[in-house]
Design a protein around this ligand. Sequence first.
Ligand code: HXC
Length: 517
Amino acid sequence: MIADEQNTLLQTMKARAEAGGGPERLKRQKEKGKMSARERIASLSDEGSFLESQKFVTCRSISFGMDAHRLPGDGVVTGSATIDGREIWLSSQDFTVLGGSLGEMHAMRIVQAQESALKMRRPFIQINDSGGARIQEGIYSLDGYGKIFRNNILSSGVIPQISLIFGPCAGGAAYSPALTDFVFMVEGISQMYITGPDVIRTVTGEQVTHDQLGGASTHAAKSGNIHFACASEKECIEKVKQLLGYLPSNSSEQPPFVRDGKDRKPRKSGRIASIIPERITKPYNMIDIIQDVVDASSFLEVQSEWAKSIVTGFARIGGRSVGIVANQPNHMSGTLDINSSDKGARFIRTCDAFNVPILTFVDIPGYMPGTLQEYGGIIRHGAKMLYAIGDATVPKVSVIVRKAYGGAYIAMASKSLGYDRVVALSGASIAVMGADGAAEIIYRKEIASAVDPTKLKREKIEAFQREEMNPYAAAATGLVDDVIDPSQLRNSLIRTFESLEGKKEERVQRSHGNIPL
Ligand code: HXC
């Protein structure tokens, strides 16, 4: 009999904890096209694997009428689960309970899940759907955010941290996702900003909607604050699973090796030669080259909408995970500007932290010229690329696809910054600058005094191209390891990454390097 009563109480308590803010608020959540906090967990994790922590936690505050809101769980669900058989820890905020706002105990659940993830060295995934700091709990809420930020920072580079913004994420709350490795948002239901439209209107007079200010497209294309903008929560969740497939669970492990991939075997990369235009300045899509080289369907582009002159993403080559950084001739001729330097540098740091080898595809005329770039600090931002690649100890491989000029060559393809292997395709050119500019500077006086300056200039340009810019001039110095027939590039890269496995490069012990920020 007692056992029956205990069981009934248990069922009642569980039902209360799992009901969140009740059917009416859940209905409103659904009407917005959003899943519930628990549905999100179910969709993310392997069936039956979710193990909840601190399920019956309630808030301790009774001020401002909080005694009426003491629901078990306190507006967030936390615990461990598996994704494709791999252990992770997670938190999922429940907007139906006080708008998913973060008070003392709500924060405590997230903090403990983060600490468990760090102790177990497993990825941490946070699902945010919240009105921010719980106003009624004042400084306890702020203290909670501080603890979450600190755990984000202490976990950085040790375990992968992924944020899914599935609703509002306003004010200081937005800094936690910003401290993680990858941020996902959903078109139409996610908004993230430090100050909302009302405050902006009052302070600056600007009129802007929630979506214009902090919707998924805004952050994917304009601010560069996020890595993936998806059409639905389901799409985000599928992408998270794919992303985890390229990453180890922590910085002491190697990324998963896919033995049974559809297209792991050697084959010709036969389309490359027809993709690269003959005219050296004509644009083409570098992603077509990448697709021809990597294992079929394995390329996952990261930050595809922002700073498009550089392409970043994960792929597999012969089943091995690699991080790709590539110039995009289709956008601003593939030049490095402030944003593309930031994007490339951050991606390289992420790869290096998680033992993912780096592969660059190079076709770059140089850094972007202009007063906007200089005044905006291209020196500082461009230096981030140099720092990130020079500091990275993972295997680093570079393919010079068409041209590699100037300081950008150093960042993308130089032995001096520690690339382990640099190869050039047979039509590539490497120089301090393009032939036109070079001829004009070196032969300025000669050209000016010539009988036919245009003819002499053309001859000088052609001679410079022929003698200085072919890949064999660079290969003769040893700064290019090999010149490759494009159709053999994939096979050569499979062998290259095999040969670089187990690379060890030590650094002088220091507190930490001082990357230009
Ligand atoms: C307590 C909150 C809350 C909050 C929402 N609610 N935000 N309760 N603290 N921060 C409650 C509402 O009272 C309501 O309760 C329920 O959640 C749903 O909210 P609605 O406003 O009805 O929902 P909606 O219309 O969808 O609007 C969502 C919203 C809006 C845009 C997020 O609620 C909002 O603007 N909230 C305030 C956002 C904010 O300024 N937060 C503080 C940011 S500063 P009932 O009982 O009616 O269901 C911050 C500092 C952190 O976070 C600093 C860290 C360093």
